[in-house]
Design a protein around this ligand. Structure first.
Ligand code: PLP
Length: 365
């Protein structure tokens, strides 16, 4: 091609993004906690400073960041294996459990394959599915804000590759009982991967949700998804993991972006596992606050489903949702509003929770 031809080439067209990408929502950055008194209750993070052992491990590992991390995360996977009573071969790690979920979807779904999940649930689900060229199948929650497992089972087709179960569900806080998941597993084909997303499992009352490891041992098409982002307080470091049948876990490790879990994240996760007691006492304090808020809100006249997560869910039409989100915003309290569905508020320290209770008292009834 001559330089003349280059000059006459059409100059207006830019390279086109795939349709699936053009349809994705843009990330809207939340207000940052710049002010002194902003309560960050929009992302279900831990309000505690990192566990001291995790912070120390990161400080120590900082001196090695000129090196790539262990891409196989051998030590972390071995510690997790011991912690859970499985083998390291049954574990795959990723940059947050969202990262692992992306490995799951891209590892199992061809274009046009279907992924079933409840709605409303975690917002990353439809994004990851569409990005993979697969088809999201959303099944409305039942009247008690829980998964409608019968409708989910009925939605299975021969294109179904993955089913996502979120327990306790984000954003509604409602768990799925062991018995119901077991009945569900009996009814779905064993060549469908059933992912049990337990991002908030540490906050759930014992017995409210499934014994997911027992289900996994009985049904090898179960994949457990967990994270260090929530109760362990490592949201900013990006590390989560899956427990799955060895062949599946091996496939997830192969689909991972190389070196996506930093050495800092791996060391912090290892240190966090060893500091489980400290994590649990923090979780106990959050659960106590959750109970206090639930009782107070019930007394105010709010009718909420009990939450098993570190957050509360207020079902609201768009008029109420907009009024609440605006009032919270004016009060420097950051919460999550969901169009058409409601408002989710993270449970944090007593002072922040008191601000939430005072604000909601003015909107009750
Ligand atoms: C927060 C959350 C995650 C975890 O995200 P990370 O990528 O591990 O930070 C996964 N699933 C649900 C339902 C969540 O709410």
């Amino acid at each position: 091609m001559t330089s003349d031809q280059l000059l006459t080439a059409p100059a207006t067209a830019l390279p086109a993004l795939r349709g699936a990408v053009a349809g994705l929502p843009s990330y809207v950055p939340g207000r940052r906690s710049a002010g002194l008194d902003i309560a960050a209750l929009a992302s279900n993070e831990s309000h505690y400073a990192p566990l001291p052992a995790a912070a120390a491990a990161v400080t120590e590992a900082a001196g090695t960041m000129n090196r790539y991390p262990d891409s196989a995360a051998v030590e972390l996977r071995e510690r997790l294996a011991r912690h859970l009573g499985v083998t390291a071969g049954e574990i795959a790690v990723g940059p947050g459990s969202v990262g692992v979920l992306q490995q799951i979807i891209t590892g199992l779904c061809d274009a046009g394959d279907e992924v079933i999940f409840a709605w409303r649930s975690f917002e990353a689900y439809p994004i990851l599915v569409e990005l993979a060229g697969a088809r999201p199948v959303r099944i409305p929650l039942d009247d008690a804000e829980g998964h409608d497992l019968e409708a989910m089972a009925a939605a299975v087709t021969d294109r179904t590759k993955v089913i996502l179960l979120c327990t306790p569900n984000n954003p509604t806080g409602v768990p799925i009982s062991h018995e119901r998941i077991e009945a569900f597993l009996r009814s779905v084909r064993s060549d469908i991967l059933v992912v049990v997303d337990e991002a908030y499992v540490e906050y759930a009352e014992a017995g409210s949700g499934p014994d997911s490891l027992a289900l996994y041992r009985q049904y090898p098409n179960v994949c457990i998804l967990r994270t260090f982002s929530k109760a362990y307080g490592l949201a900013g470091l990006r590390v989560g993991y899956a427990v799955a049948a060895p062949a599946i876990a091996e496939g997830l490790r192969r689909t991972a972006l190389p070196f996506s879990v930093s050495a800092l994240a791996q060391k912090a996760a290892i240190a966090s596992l060893a500091a489980g007691d400290e994590m649990e006492s923090r979780v106990a304090a959050v659960k106590q606050e959750r109970a206090r808020m639930a009782a107070e809100l019930a007394a105010q006249g709010w009718k909420l489903q009990p939450s098993q997560g570190n957050f509360l869910w207020i079902r609201a039409d768009d008029t109420l949702r907009e009024a609440l989100v605006e009032a919270f915003d004016r009060a420097d309290i950051l919460v999550r509003g969901y169009q058409g569905d409601g408002v989710r508020i993270t449970v944090a320290d007593p002072a922040a929770n008191d601000r939430v209770l005072r604000l909601l008292a003015a909107h009750a009834g």
